[in-house]
Design a protein around this ligand. Structure first.
Ligand code: 5AD
Ligand code: SF4
Length: 444
């Protein structure tokens, strides 16, 4: 009997990267591999990469170095590096030179061809391929992992926005939307396999379907997904503030399964910086979107991404960011120091901000946000929320975890019978990151 082949798949970066890693894992499953977490006994290791910030790239390069030692111990090990880092113009040659121990290289656009590359590597050859352009028909083949409670579903790929700091449009190409019927069918199949919550993924879901005729937009898609029997919850990321329509907010407000959570990256609170970032909205416009959400959905959770130290950011610009955070009160914020990405407009801007100032600003931003996250959660104490039970907590098997519709993490005493169902939980304790609660009707 042939020995069982094991694959370890690691993903760095955003949910799109995780979703791509899942596609690769499924392809290897079709090739006879079983997925595993144990690097030491792996026959194949796949790293799906991210290049959105230099820190991510450095971490990945470190991991690639570590794998060299693993390969020295196990010369039969095959290593594949895929995704955004490889897709950057001119990156492949540099990476190949730096890491000759890697067997397979693939960009973001040709992931679906991974089997062919794997076959070549299994024959002892080096395999490297990076397509310049995506091929739509391949992207319609979802290859999602079945049987999980939660699933990420791509609704579109690429980005047309070219924010001046961002590498994503350079490595994921222009926007292209999947057909609604393909998305609905994929979700129905996932539900049939036990999935209860889907997160619809796109770099800017609000521009979904722009190319469709007759017109059909993201709000229309949400309305249809809301009707799928057996599905309990629908989430979506990411919303570009410039395209967040009143129609979308009202569809979320009237939907049954549509979670009241908007991830709305603001990036900066200064109009001067927003303009230089090419974000195409002003702070006033952003605030008007927040008012609309709060008017129709007073309970909605808001989360955001913020960059500090963008080229030319003065102390006053930075203060404006802190000020708008205080006005809005996010439940959570992902905060970043600006990182220069070659090939983007901002990389060539003068007045780059020194690292020590970026670090200081990031510290201040994080302490403001941590205080707000704590206050946000403290305000939830005593109230009851609907939670989708996910499973036992990693640190304490008697405790279970789940999330509110607003995506806040809650820990509570439960049992495995309720995994995958909705329970009402009263919040009794709050910290910056988590809530502790009790099931309201434990006999149910
Ligand atoms: N430097 C720092 N943060 C960045 N992001 C994107 N590009 C950069 C960069 N060059 C952040 C943005 C985006 C999030 C996914 O990553 O805030 O919303
Ligand atoms: Fe990057 Fe801007 Fe596109 Fe988001 S919208 S992926 S930040 S270019």
């Amino acid at each position: 009997m042939e020995k069982e082949k094991k694959v370890v798949t690691l993903a760095y970066g955003c949910q799109m990267s995780e979703r791509d890693a899942e596609t690769l894992k499924q392809i290897t499953r079709q090739e006879g591999y079983t997925s595993s977490d144990d690097l030491a006994s792996a026959d194949l290791v796949i790293i799906n990469t991210c290049c959105v910030r230099e820190s991510a790239e450095n971490k990945i390069l470190g991991k690639i170095g570590e794998l060299k030692r693993l390969k020295e111990k196990n010369p039969n090990l095959k290593i594949a590096i895929s995704g955004c880092m490889v897709q950057q113009p001119g990156a492949l040659e540099k990476l190949q030179k730096r890491a000759p121990h890697i067997d397979i290289w693939t960009g973001t656009h040709n992931l679906h061809e991974f089997s062919a590359l794997l076959h070549k590597a299994e024959q002892g050859e080096k395999a490297a391929e990076v397509w310049k352009e995506p091929q739509k028909t391949l992207e319609s083949t979802p290859l999602a992992e079945k049987g999980k409670l939660q699933a990420n579903v791509n609704i579109m790929y690429g980005c047309n926005n070219f924010c001046s700091y961002c590498i994503v449009p350079h490595v994921r190409g222009r926007e292209r939307s999947r057909k609604p019927e393909e998305i609905i069918q994929e979700i129905k199949d996932l539900v049939a396999s036990g999935c209860r919550e889907v997160t619809l993924l796109g770099q800017n879901v609000n521009s979904y379907g722009k190319e469709f005729s007759p017109p059909y937009d993201f709000a229309d898609l949400l309305q249809e997904v809301d009707q799928i029997p057996g599905l309990l919850r629908v989430r979506f990321i990411t919303s570009h503030p410039k395209d967040l329509s009143d129609k979308l907010i009202s569809v979320v407000a009237s939907g049954e399964k549509l979670c009241e959570h908007f991830h709305l990256p603001i990036q900066s609170g200064s109009n001067f910086i927003l303009e230089r970032m090419n974000r195409k909205y002003t702070r006033e416009y952003y605030l008007s979107r927040i008012s609309k959400i709060r008017e129709l959905l007073p309970q909605a959770s808001l989360t955001t991404d913020i960059i500090v130290g963008f080229p030319g950011e003065s102390e006053t610009d930075f203060e404006q960011t802190l000020e708008i955070m205080n006005l809005i009160q996010y439940s959570h914020a992902f905060t970043f120091m600006y990182s220069k990405r070659s090939g983007t407009l901002a990389a060539d801007m003068e007045d780059q901000i020194p690292l020590d100032i970026k670090k200081r600003r990031l510290q201040r931003l994080m302490s403001v946000q941590n205080a707000q996250s704590l206050e946000w959660r403290q305000r939830m104490i005593g109230k009851t929320y609907e939670i989708l039970v996910e499973g036992p907590s990693k640190t304490n098997p008697e405790r279970f975890t789940g999330r509110t519709r607003g995506n806040e993490l809650v820990v509570f005493k439960g049992n495995s019978n309720i995994i995958g169902s909705l329970v009402n939980i009263q919040i009794i304790e709050a910290s910056t990151w988590t809530l502790v609660g009790e099931i309201v009707n434990p006999e149910m």
